[in-house]
Design a binder for this molecule. Structure first.
Ligand code: SAM
Length: 271
């Protein structure tokens, strides 16, 4: 975000700069400025294992925009973006409202720094809100006044879980959490989700970095990721590596490279 130096002096009250945060590490991987030395140390370590991690992070932002554009093309005009992260470029509300100026977006993140920066970006935007909440508690998220004000659960919505479900441990029942949101959503709603996909041995080393330095970051198998879409009609081409999910240009060739380390998919809740 513009206007900050990357020194620790700008930290808003209540932000702990002594431990890395997922949102700030991701910002560091994207080359942003809303991060501290402790976050950059994790990003650096990831880069040591995966030299093209910055490109992967940007591929991830691009697939988010394609996912939002696809959902708007299907008539979706309200979005719940869970684990939304720090604002950067092509944020969900900007992409959605470029397609449909009346589109409404609620960003949900459990890191308070997201709210601090979101407020500045969204001042005066009545169709977009930021909520600090833990997505692992769907009942709490769905009862928040901002969510109730902007999201009509009786109409189809776009549920975005981009780059966040891999931060839920197996013991936290990620599939069960996703299902609670889908159960609350109207038929015709879409889930758009991306997830770290295991590809040993590279991902074993990366998982070690994430788990040891950040406390979360699970690489799950294709089958485990597909299970998160249970009960939905899958959108073509299914769960695939990021560059192959509905690219704007020609379909890239399949690769065994680092692009494979994150997969994306979308599914529609049937009537
Ligand atoms: N979705 C954005 C994107 O793809 O650019 C940001 C992804 S970032 C890797 C993951 C975000 O999820 C972080 O901002 C982190 O704070 C948030 N997050 C992690 N666990 C969460 C939880 N239990 N509840 C809400 N947000 C969470």
């Amino acid at each position: 975000m513009a206007g900050h130096s990357a020194t620790e002096g700008w930290a808003p009250t209540g932000i702990d700069t002594s431990v890395p945060s997922i949102a700030r590490v991701y910002d560091a991987m994207l080359g942003g400025k809303d991060n501290f030395a402790v976050d950059r140390a994790v990003a650096e370590k990831v880069r040591g294992v995966l030299p093209i991690s910055k490109e992967s992070a940007w591929e991830h932002r691009e697939v988010l925009a394609r996912g939002v554009r696809y959902l708007t093309s299907q008539g979706i005009d309200q979005f719940l973006d869970l684990g939304s992260g720090l604002p950067t470029v092509q944020n969900t509300h900007q992409v959605a409202q470029a397609a449909n100026p009346k589109a409404r977006v609620v960003y949900v993140d459990n890191d308070p720094i997201v709210l601090t920066h979101g407020r500045a970006l969204l001042a005066g935007d009545a169709r977009t809100k930021v909520v600090t909440a833990d997505l692992r508690d769907p009942a709490d998220v769905l009862s928040r006044p901002e969510v109730r004000e902007l999201i009509d659960l009786d109409r189809p919505l776009g549920l975005l879980l981009v780059g966040v479900v891999h931060h839920l441990a197996d013991t936290e029942d990620p599939a069960g959490v996703v299902k609670q949101y889908l159960d609350a959503a109207a038929p015709g709603s879409f889930l758009f989700l991306t997830h770290f996909r295991s590809q040993p041995p590279t991902t074993d080393a990366l998982e070690q970095v994430f788990l040891s330095m950040l406390g979360s970051g699970r690489f799950r198998t294709q089958t485990e990721i597909e299970a998160l879409f249970e009960g939905l009609e899958m959108v073509e081409p299914g769960v695939v590596e990021l560059p192959r999910w509905r690219p704007d240009g020609p379909l890239p060739q399949a690769t065994d490279g680092p692009s494979n380390l994150i997969a994306a998919g979308a599914g529609r809740k049937p009537a």
